[in-house]
Design a protein around this ligand. Structure first.
Ligand code: M7G
Length: 182
């Protein structure tokens, strides 16, 4: 008998094809709701560090699309981990796996607020975001940020910022302001 997870999760892959819209480039790969099915999927796909630049993986609760526009995301935001170039070899895959395990293992007190997570492979520096559904729920957002930082062993001096999707969408300059930090 397989070990059930509390939620069913869907893995998405974004391939940067400039002849298509952003939304069309998001492809559902597979869903799983047991520990065993997670590991068979994980062991079968390329690690994030081997994706081509410009591409993403996203892992979201079933029924939530990995985009700002989804009903579950539109009032939300993300905790953002910005990696520098040398962290792709050292840390990216470990961070991404640890985040997946926090999500599917429901490691947060406010796991209900979690929508999913995204890893962006980018030449200017990779990014990992953990998406929550309501940016006004400050206690939940902060608990998730603190737990994330602790579980990933991110040094205390490294500041993580939470950015509201609406701000990311509307940003005029190149940086989005942080609404919370831990
Ligand atoms: P990104 O891939 O999140 O980061 O956003 P990057 O700038 O490091 O590559 C790049 C672009 O993809 C955005 O400016 C949007 O045009 C598009 N995009 C990204 N996201 C997360 C969304 C989304 O949720 N919805 C839509 N419609 N477009 C998005």
């Amino acid at each position: 008998i397989k070990h059930p997870l509390q939620n069913c999760w869907t893995l998405w892959y974004y391939e940067n094809d400039r002849s298509q819209t952003w939304e069309k480039n998001q492809k559902e790969i597979a869903s799983f709701q047991t520990v065993e099915d997670f590991w068979s999927l994980y062991n079968h796909i390329k690690p994030a560090s081997e994706l081509r630049q410009g591409n993403d993986y996203s892992l979201f609760k079933r029924g939530i699309r990995p985009m700002w526009e989804d009903e579950a995301n539109k009032r939300g935001g993300r905790w953002l981990i910005n990696l520098d170039k040398k962290q792709r070899t050292n840390e990216l895959d470990r961070y991404w796996l640890d985040i997946i395990l926090c999500l599917i293992g429901e490691a947060f007190e406010h796991s209900d607020e979690i929508c999913g997570a995204v890893v962006n492979i980018r030449g200017k520096g990779d990014k990992i975001g953990v998406w929550t559904s309501d940016a006004t729920k400050s206690a939940a957002v902060i608990e998730i940020g603190k737990k994330l930082k602790e579980r990933l062993h991110i040094p205390p001096r490294t500041v993580l910022g939470y950015q509201i999707h609406k701000d990311t969408q509307d940003k005029s300059g190149s940086v989005t302001k942080n609404s919370y930090t831990v």
